[in-house]
Design a protein around this ligand. Sequence first.
Ligand code: SF4
Ligand code: SF4
Length: 364
Amino acid sequence: MIFSKPLLDRCISCGYCLPACPTYAMTGEEASSPRGRISLMRALETGELPEDDGTLAEQASFCLGCRACEPVCPAGVEYGNLLEQWRDHQWRGGQRPLQARLLMAAVARPWLLRLPGLVRRHARTAASAGGPSLMLGCAERALFPRVSRAVRTLVRGLAAPPRQGCCGALHAHNGDSAAGERMAKELGKTLPGTIVTTSGGCAAHLAAHLGRPRVREASEFFVEADVLPLGTLSVDGRPARVALQDSCHLRNGLGVWRQPRELIRAVAEYVELPSAAACCGAAGTYSILRPRDSARILAAKIDEIEAAGVDYVVAVNPGCLRQLRAGLRKRRSRVEAVHLAELLVIASKQVRPDRQTDLSESGS
Ligand code: SF4
Ligand code: SF4
């Protein structure tokens, strides 16, 4: 048995998901749609298609895993779970792409995750006493340590224990969901209480294994903890124009999309991109495993950002931030990509420190 039967049986083949799927939009082929892929999964399960069928291998890899097919599905198909089960089987052992294997091996070593912090300082405090803790994230510690520092600037008193491992999302999305679950549970023990994360993808993965109440993505935490964004971002004497790129798993998996918009609106002129909710092509390891497809998706996204005439584009996930920065840099764009926490810190610099939120005083 490769798939959970109740999950696989749920699809009624209505096709409502097709217009939401970016890979179907690219090819127009049924096999590249959510419905087509579920048919492939069923054919794999029954043996109608051999294990080494080329279409199975191609479509398991071509899918972004963005889960845009889930919120539009009237039957409640949990496509993200099905994809994890599919890749567990399709990418088992030596069949997993080499780059994914290397990344997974790297993030599974906690000592390696701590190294970037020795070179580029991320936020860190003593171990948490059970209150909310900031998850430092493996990609962020290596690439964007400023993001965790920005969160601690906004919410003084939020614990950020340095001895924490990876949440396991990378493993779950690359064919090792058992390790992904184990790592999430280990992190849950290291960070007791609410886990605050600046990564939409990690938030969705942790919520699936630790339960939704344990997990807060930064924007929802800011709104709930009353971290009011203060100040107004201005550029050339006018309010800054700011767009948002949703995190797919945050929006499609956890239904969080209002909060980041609300926070941006509080400090700047918010500009909704036509495809804000659609994947930017980062999709975890997708930009590494499928660079051409990823670049094609990104090019259209950068066209849109440029056409919108914005000053900043905000991300709520480190993978999206890396992807947008690379695309904007390649175009020599004047638009700056920042994490939401960084944007709020830039705005709050105009505000008296005593008006910033101190978690230890508010008792949140
Ligand atoms: S995944 Fe959902 S929306 Fe898509 S064909 Fe199946 S039932 Fe319909
Ligand atoms: S996860 Fe994204 S790319 Fe994959 S089938 Fe669903 S909508 Fe299409």
